[in-house]
Write a protein that binds this ligand. Structure first.
Ligand SMILES: [Zn+2]
Length: 480
């Protein structure tokens, strides 16, 4: 531990994947749509338009809250957060300020093998704002506004300042995304803006006990950038404290290109927003029965699944956590094990070949052409000795690319192991005739020469001979 210690809190906006927006029937699936094609009088704030709360959005928020161990309240209510910005046509955002739907949750993360609880202060429902688009240079600048995103439902999740390093912040976000995807309330896709994160960081000087002002960092569109931006801020603030400079309370933006943060504005206070209760929308009232029904509808969550995988399949913790981080991957693994009956071997194939190729191709489980049956067939081909493990990797690559059956790939590519002993013997004899000196050396005790002859057979068969058979025949020919 150095002299300075970061204290980090996060505010995360998660876009709920409901069909329609939070208070109108416009489609909420707006990513990459033509600007201003998903709008109506309600989400563009026309006078007299009346918002109606989307029940699906409320259910999704409750689901997320239970999955994050929150206390969910039977009574919650919407408020107006007043500020002026061109992408906010009403002049206020509808959010839950005074009575959020859930408070006091927590999320457990795994930091270097140790479990750590991050407390969550609140989860509330709110609508998204529109989007500004700026074009042209300073002499000829134009700004546009696209209201498609205005009114898209979000939940905002606020942590307590329990995060003690930039790495913990990344781990927290990865876990949170895994959970919202598991329960199907959000795509959690950061690049598409379905998960956004603002981070607050202050630094404590352990020697004097003094704390810096709090700095808010925005504009980080990947988990890696959250980690980098916080590392950058921690260093910047620590250095300022060391030299006795005052760190202003402000909002800073991460600039990926320059790998640094820049000052955006001094941070607003909550009181700047003049919150007051939204008069047009009745409170959200959920019965105990309804809440219980939603809670019970939750699927097995990543941590539970991980524990079960360790127990049922006897997997190491590392395998289990990689396989259960994504629900689709976990399902594919389970279907595959049902067919192969070999949990650890299946896990090895998943963790090495499958995940590596998925990463290379930027593919998700839903895009895969390789099926559980393919693994079963591949294992059988190896077991029967028709292909070696190394050849199996080549077969798998082709199955992954094309979705063809492994045995068809073996036939098409002529990948079968050469088990024809007379063929191997013929190749060996030929190699011996051509290399009498090497034969002489072997007979004089230089046993390593055998590797040279095995290599000759491998070359002649393009690597398809079984080295064990080659070895046995070689020794026989040498009269051993
Ligand atoms: Zn609308």
């Amino acid at each position: 531990m150095g002299r300075y210690r970061p204290v980090i809190g996060l505010e995360i906006h998660v876009q709920l994947s409901t069909r329609t927006k939070l208070f109108c029937s416009c489609s909420a699936d707006v990513f990459e749509s033509e600007p201003n094609t998903h709008i109506c009088p309600v989400c563009t704030g026309q006078p007299g338009a009346l918002p109606v709360t989307n029940e699906e959005a409320v259910e999704y928020a409750v689901k997320a809250a239970y999955a994050l161990n929150f206390e969910v309240h039977e009574y919650s209510r919407f408020d107006r957060k007043n500020y002026f910005y061109p992408d906010l046509p009403k002049g206020y955002q509808i959010t839950q300020y005074f009575h959020p739907i859930a408070t006091k949750g927590y999320l457990e993360i795994d930091v270097d093998g140790k479990k750590k609880k991050i407390r969550l202060r609140r989860l509330h429902i709110e609508e998204d704002a529109g989007k500004m688009i700026h074009e042209g240079d300073s002499m000829n600048a134009k700004s546009f506004v696209d209201f498609n995103r205005a009114g898209v439902p979000l939940v905002e999740i606020v942590t307590e300042p329990d995060i003690e390093s930039p790495k913990e912040a990344r781990l927290f976000l990865e876990k949170l995304r895994s959970i919202v995807r598991y329960i199907g309330v959000s795509s959690g896709d950061m690049e598409k803006g379905a998960l956004r994160c603002d981070a607050n960081i202050s630094v404590i000087d352990e020697k004097t006990g003094r704390s810096s002002n709090r700095v808010e960092v925005k504009n980080m569109n990947s988990f890696k950038f959250v980690e980098r931006a916080l590392e950058y801020e921690f260093e910047r603030i620590s250095k300022a404290m060391e030299s006795g400079e005052e760190v202003p309370q402000e909002t800073r933006g991460w600039v990926t290109r320059d790998k640094k943060t820049i000052s955006m504005r001094s941070k607003e206070e909550e009181s700047d927003y003049r919150y007051f209760p939204e008069p047009d929308i009745p409170p959200v009232i959920l019965s105990k029965e309804k809440l219980e029904e939603i809670r019970k509808s939750l699927p097995e969550l990543p941590d539970e699944k991980k524990e079960r995988f360790m127990k049922d399949y006897n997997l190491p913790e590392y395998d289990a956590s990689v396989l259960t981080a994504d629900r689709d991957l976990a399902d594919l693994y389970e279907m595959t094990v049902k067919l192969t009956g070999r949990p650890k071997e299946t896990s090895n194939w998943f963790m090495t070949e499958l995940l590596r190729m998925m990463n290379e191709e930027g593919m998700e489980v839903g895009d895969l052409r390789v099926k559980p049956e393919h693994f079963k067939e591949l294992f059988e081909l190896i077991d029967s000795g028709r292909i070696t493990k190394n050849m199996a990797k080549e077969v798998f690559r082709e199955v992954f690319r094309t979705g063809k059956n492994p045995s068809d790939v073996v036939k098409e590519k002529g990948l079968e192991v050469v088990t024809d002993e007379s063929e191997i013997e013929r190749i060996l004899k030929e190699a011996m005739e051509k290399n009498p000196k090497a034969v002489e050396q072997y007979k004089n005790g230089k046993k390593g020469i055998m590797g040279f002859f095995i290599g000759q057979v491998m070359r002649a068969t393009s690597g398809k001979a079984d080295p064990k058979i080659v070895q046995r025949i070689f020794k026989k020919l040498m009269g051993e």
